[in-house]
Design a protein around this ligand. Structure first.
Ligand code: HEM
Ligand code: CA
Ligand code: CA
Length: 307
C-alpha cells in the first residue's frame, strides 16, 4: 500500500537528500522544474506513473523516450533523476524507486518555483517495460482538437476542469517554434498569423522563430510574462490572445473549458487548489505496487537486460 511514511524506516534521510539535490540542480539549471514536470506528465499518462519514460533506448530496444513527442523533452530532467538516484543508492541501496523520485521531484520543484504543495504518497514500483509505440495515442499534442483532448483526459478519469488546471503547468517552461509555427507563418489566405493571437505577440513570435527550420532549438516561453514562476498568469494570458500553442488558446475559445480558464485567471487560489488536487490524483494514476514492478538500480535501465 502507498503511504506518506513509506521510507521512514528504510531510508529516513530520503526527503532531506532529495531536497538538497533538487535545490542545487534547480538553482544551477532553472529549466529543470519545467522539464521534470513535463517528464512526470508524460510518464504518468503512458501506463501510469512507473518511470517507463525514464528508460533509455539501447541496442536491442527503443524506449518511450525516443517516441516522437518525447524527443523534445529537456535533458535536465533526466540528469536530475540520475543525481538523486545516485545519492539515494549510496545512502540506502535498492530501496527508493525511480517512480517515487520522479513524483516527489515534480512536486518539490513546483513548490520551489512558487506553486502549491500537495501530498505525494510513496511506494510506487518501476515498470519492466517501456514501449514507444503506445506513446502517441496516450499524449496530447499542440494540434490535438479539443474534442480529443477532452476524451483523452476523460479516458484517464480527469474532468474538463482538472484538465484545464493541469495544463496550467504551461505557466512555466517553453515550447519549440515548430510547435506553433503553423500559427505564425502562412496561417491562412487572409492572414499571415492566427487571428486568435494578440497581433503584437504574433509579430514578436514571427521574428523570434524566423530561422527555426535552420535552428530547430529556437523556443518561446509558454508564459510570456512570468516564465519562471508558477502562478495563474497562464490563464490571464489566454484571455488576451497570448496563449502560445493552439491547444492553449483552445482552452479559452471552447465553451466547455472557458469557464475554468476565467475562474483560474480571476482567482489564483482556486487554480492552486485544483492544480494540487489534480496533481495528487495524477501522481497515483495506475501506479504499480508490490510485485507489479521493481525498484530499479538505475532509473534509465531495467534491472534485467531484455534482449
Ligand atoms: C492539453 C494538453 C497538453 C498539450 C497539448 C501539451 C503540449 C505541450 C507542448 C507541445 C510543449 C512544448 C514541447 C517542446 O517544444 O519542447 C509542452 C511543454 C510543456 N508541457 Fe505540456 N501539454 C499539455 C498538458 C500538459 C500537462 C498536463 C503538463 C503537466 C502537468 C504539462 C507540462 C508541460 C511543461 C512543464 C512544458 C515545458 C517543458 C520545458 O520547458 O522543458 N503539459 N506541452
Ligand atoms: Ca509510465
Ligand atoms: Ca508563470
Amino acid at each position: 500500500k502507498l503511504s506518506a511514511d513509506y521510507y521512514n524506516k528504510t531510508c529516513p534521510k530520503f526527503q532531506n537528500i532529495m531536497q538538497t539535490i533538487l535545490a542545487e540542480k534547480q538553482l544551477s539549471a532553472p529549466t529543470t522544474a519545467a522539464a521534470t514536470l513535463r517528464v512526470f506528465f508524460h510518464d504518468c499518462f503512458v501506463n501510469g506513473c512507473d518511470s517507463s519514460m525514464l528508460i533509455a533506448s539501447n541496442a536491442f530496444n527503443k524506449s518511450e523516450r525516443d517516441a516522437n513527442v518525447n524527443l523534445s523533452v529537456a535533458g535536465d530532467a533526466f540528469d536530475l533523476i540520475t543525481r538523486v538516484k545516485t545519492a539515494l543508492e549510496l545512502e540506502c541501496p535498492g530501496v527508493v524507486s525511480c517512480s517515487d523520485i520522479l513524483a516527489v521531484s515534480a512536486r518539490d520543484l513546483v513548490v520551489m518555483v512558487g506553486g502549491p504543495f500537495y501530498e505525494v504518497v510513496l511506494g510506487r514500483k518501476d515498470s519492466r517495460e517501456s514501449n514507444p509505440s503506445i506513446v502517441d495515442k496516450n499524449l496530447p499534442k499542440a494540434l490535438t482538437p479539443m474534442n480529443e483532448l477532452l476524451s483523452l483526459f476523460s479516458s484517464k478519469g480527469f474532468s474538463a476542469e482538472e484538465m484545464v488546471a493541469l495544463v496550467g503547468a504551461h505557466t512555466i517552461g517553453f515550447s519549440h517554434c515548430k510547435e506553433f509555427a503553423n500559427r505564425i507563418f502562412n496561417f491562412s489566405k487572409t492572414s499571415e498569423f492566427d487571428p486568435a493571437y494578440n497581433p503584437v505577440f504574433a509579430q514578436g513570435l514571427r521574428k523570434l522563430c524566423a530561422n527555426y527550420t535552420k535552428s530547430p532549438a529556437m523556443s518561446a516561453f509558454n508564459d510570456v510574462y512570468t516564465p519562471g514562476k508558477f502562478d495563474n498568469m497562464y490563464y490571464k494570458n489566454l484571455q488576451k490572445g497570448l496563449g502560445l500553442l493552439s491547444s492553449d488558446q483552445a482552452m479559452v475559445t471552447d465553451n466547455r473549458t472557458k469557464p475554468f480558464v476565467d475562474r483560474f485567471a480571476a482567482n489564483e487560489t482556486a487554480f492552486f487548489d485544483m492544480f494540487a488536487r489534480s496533481m495528487e490524483k495524477l501522481s497515483v494514476y495506475k501506479v504499480k505496487e508490490n510485485n507489479d514492478g521493481d525498484v530499479r538500480r538505475r532509473c534509465d535501465q531495467f534491472n534485467t537486460l531484455q534482449v
